[in-house]
Design a binder for this molecule. Structure first.
Ligand SMILES: Nc1ncnc2c1ncn2[C@@H]1O[C@H](COP(=O)(O)OP(=O)(O)OP(=O)(O)O)[C@@H](O)[C@H]1O
Ligand SMILES: [Mg+2]
Length: 233
């Protein structure tokens, strides 16, 4: 579904050059729940940003469902992001003055739809993440785990083929984090046409994914498949 070939992203600070990604090639298939691990500064977030067209590589190719997205113009890039990618962040990034369902609906509002039109879908997604009974709560009235469920529902609002999560359990206790991981795994596996790529510092979190990619100094090291994939022939 998404294929990176020889992707390089470098930053120059002062006279010093940092290769955040140093020739990364990899392929991610739909239905896969993939984790990315590695030390701080290894390039994990940079990789996620490039996968989500939040950033462009200096060289190399990024193909998404066959289409080159490495060097899209600003408009095409934001269109791509809005329709093809859902993001989940460590600190949830919910709007504090909006209710849970309104937060879930936001991506559709950015796409020009009206709140009233998209409410049924937002409520349906809140049901799906186990929060049907919290739809009218503000973020401040929710627990961390519940806020992250709202963020997962929001990431699903545009029905994107790719979900990117940067440390989604980093701010949750281990039990709450485990429930979020279970939810993400279910989403990747139930809707077999979706892939989830998650950056994590937690070995326990990586262990529940299907595949673990290790990044070190901008280079891809180990690439371990943890679960034998069911190939629907
Ligand atoms: N906007 C930027 N300008 C300059 N250097 C950057 C920028 N973003 C990242 N870097 C550098 O690129 C390298 C990779 O950063 P990145 O944020 O991808 O690491 P990471 O693996 O996500 O680390 P962490 O686990 O701490 O979040 C680091 O050396 C970082 O300092
Ligand atoms: Mg990071």
């Amino acid at each position: 579904m998404i294929e990176l070939t020889d992707v390089v992203r470098q930053y120059r600070i002062g006279g010093e050059e940092v290769r955040a990604l140093d020739g990364v090639s990899l392929r991610i298939e739909s239905g896969q729940f993939v984790s990315v691990v590695g030390p701080s500064g290894a390039g994990k977030s940079t990789l996620l940003h490039i996968l989500g067209a939040l950033d462009s590589p200096d060289s190399g190719s990024v193909r998404f469902q066959g289409q080159e997205i490495a060097n899209l113009g600003d408009d095409a890039q934001s269109q791509f992001r809005r329709h093809s990618v859902g993001f989940v962040f460590q600190f949830f990034n919910l709007l504090p003055t909006m209710s849970a369902w309104e937060n879930v609906a936001i991506p559709q509002l950015l796409d020009g739809r009206r709140l009233r039109q998209v409410k049924p879908k937002a409520l349906e997604l809140l049901e799906k993440v186990g929060l049907g009974n919290r739809a009218d709560h503000r973020p401040s009235e929710l627990s961390g785990g519940q806020m992250q469920r709202v963020a997962v529902a929001r990431a699903l609002m545009m029905d994107p083929p790719l979900i990117l999560a940067d440390e989604p359990t980093g701010n949750l206790d281990s039990k709450t984090g485990a429930a979020i991981l279970e939810l993400l795994a279910a989403i990747a596996h139930q809707d077999g046409d979706r892939a989830i790529v998650m950056v994590t510092h937690s070995d326990a979190a990586a262990a529940v994914t299907d595949r673990v990619l290790t990044l070190t100094d901008g280079r891809l090291g180990a690439d371990r498949l943890l679960v034998a994939e069911e190939l629907s022939a």
